[in-house]
Write a protein that binds this ligand. Structure first.
Ligand SMILES: Cc1ncc(COP(=O)(O)O)c(C=O)c1O
Length: 484
């Protein structure tokens, strides 16, 4: 290779943001963040009109020259961020909210600014330990034994993917295509997606019917397993729900654990939405049996109110998690032999990654678990309160009572059924959302449209729920008055 003369090396330090310049950028961002957070209750619950036009106006080639940071922050806070569902606001009762604790945003700033490599224990032993603490806290909360291990992922879907791979590697031969997975017709599509990504054909996932409370029919599950065995397939994984996305339904977890034990299946519990209700007395009563699971998915960006970007997978047999993920290369440093320590790259699909655990650790350590527990209790109470108030609105019927913090309902009208009834309820939801104080979403239950309220943000309290109920009553009244 040709030698490079020393005077030909052009030094560039312009990316080294330090001292006053760094402080100025942080201060400029902090100023806008503080104003944004303070105004959350007054912001519309959603504002996406003209969103596609905005998106088109933002498309641009790679910039050759720089732009002033103040101008860029203004673009974000004035144009980009407001045009959205207000997922951080108290009126967000759609899908599964969480809110997004600002403590975690500060934790992200610390972890990104220090940029430590937490996937390898040797590279940041203290940080790896704090993250391991978080995983151990979650395993203990779920009632798993000391041999269990956990990892933090970017969300529930990726955690589910690792769970399916761990189950596959533990229970099936290398040639695994005859393996069968069982999940209820209410299960999140993350299960089917994980199965597909793990290499299974779509037909490997059998959908099991549910009862009147949207819980898996254990008798139907047993029949499906027997049928599949008779046909030469290999049942290996059953999924239980600890809070479905549609209605918050909790499956008969002890019943599923019995079937799994008898049939030698891996029991996976999807507790992405419902899992942290284990912190409450009511939740731990409802989720009893979860401690018998082989793997559990929790989503701190739901039930622990974190900003998006954190899921968790817990596996009863920590070695099974390791066997599914442990590969290394000649360029890698030595891995830990001490079982007390964790090399997260050997337990998860990721190698290079930052200090994800800090965004859980910081708010937990700052507050202790008391406020988390009380917030979750409040959400359980608010969902029951909303259900009672909904019943008082003329024409409203409850489709699914809260088992946790979701209630599903619809406006019924004599003589109206099928598509027409769906249309009426879509209009009801549209009118409620149009008032911009709360944002609701719907789903199909037994093929018919139902509106959902999911209370899970730490910013949602009784005052906002009263507004929700006022807006629903108003919209229902308008639609009644419009009957020809
Ligand atoms: C019950 C359930 N499981 C899995 C998921 C997928 O999790 P994530 O969106 O974090 O990938 C969700 C998301 O809402 C969920 O509600």
């Amino acid at each position: 290779m040709a030698e490079v003369p020393e005077d030909a090396i052009v030094e560039d330090r312009s990316l080294e943001l330090e001292g006053t310049a760094l402080r100025r950028l942080i201060d400029a961002a902090a100023e806008r963040i503080l104003a944004h957070v303070a105004s959350l209750p007054d912001q519309p619950s959603a504002d996406v009109e003209g969103g596609a036009e905005l998106a088109r106006s933002l498309a641009e080639p790679m910039p050759e020259t720089g732009t002033d940071a103040e101008e860029l922050l203004d673009l974000l806070f004035d144009r980009v961020i407001p045009k959205s569902f207000n997922t951080a606001g108290p009126g967000y009762l759609a899908y599964i909210p969480g809110g997004g604790l600002p403590h975690s945003a500060v934790a992200d700033l610390v972890s990104d600014a220090t940029n430590r490599y937490v996937g390898v224990f040797a590279a940041a032993p203290g940080a790896a330990q704090l993250e391991a603490n978080v995983c151990r806290w979650f395993c203990t909360l779920a009632g798993l034994p000391p041999s269990s291990r956990g990892i933090l992922t970017s969300g529930g879907s990726l955690a589910t993917f690792s769970a399916v791979v761990a189950a596959r590697r533990d229970r099936l031969p290398e040639d695994f295509l005859r393996g069968r997975i069982y999940a209820s017709d209410q299960s999140h599509h993350a299960i089917r997606k994980a199965a597909l990504l793990a290499g299974f054909p779509e037909s490997s996932v059998r959908e099991i019917e549910t009862d009147g409370l949207f819980r898996i029919r254990v008798d139907a599950l047993e029949r499906a397993i027997a049928e599949d065995r008779a046909e030469g397939a290999t049942p290996f994984l059953v999924v239980g729900n600890a809070g479905t996305t549609n209605t918050g339904a909790v499956d008969d977890l002890p019943g599923l654990a019995d079937v799994a034990a008898r049939e030698r299946l891996w029991l996976h519990v999807d507790a992405a939405y419902g899992g942290f209700f284990l912190l409450t007395r009511e939740g731990s009563r409802r989720l009893a049996g979860i401690e018998r699971a082989d793997s559990i998915v929790l989503d701190p960006h739901k039930g622990l109110f974190l900003p998006y970007g954190t899921g968790a997978l817990l596996v009863r047999d920590g070695d099974a998690l390791r066997r599914a993920h442990a590969l290394s290369g000649d360029y890698m440093p030595d891995m830990q032999q001490d079982p007390d320590f964790a090399d997260f790259n050997l337990l998860s699909p990721e190698l290079s990654r930052g200090f994800r655990g800090l965004r859980v650790w910081l708010p937990f350590k700052m507050h202790g678990i008391g406020p988390f527990r009380r917030n979750l209790e409040e959400k359980l109470d608010l969902a029951r309160w909303a259900c009672d108030r909904l019943r008082e609105i003329p024409g409203i019927e409850i489709v699914a009572e809260p088992q946790l913090s979701i209630v599903a309902f619809r406006l019924a009208r004599p003589g109206l059924a099928g598509e027409d009834l769906d249309e009426l309820n879509r209009e009801l939801m549209h009118r409620v959302n149009g008032r911009r104080r709360v944002y609701l979403t719907g789903t199909l239950l037994r093929g018919r449209f139902a509106v959902r309220i999911c209370v899970l943000s730490f910013r949602t309290h009784r005052d906002r729920m009263e507004q929700a109920l006022e807006d629903i009553a108003l919209a229902a009244g308008e639609l009644e008055a419009a009957i020809p």
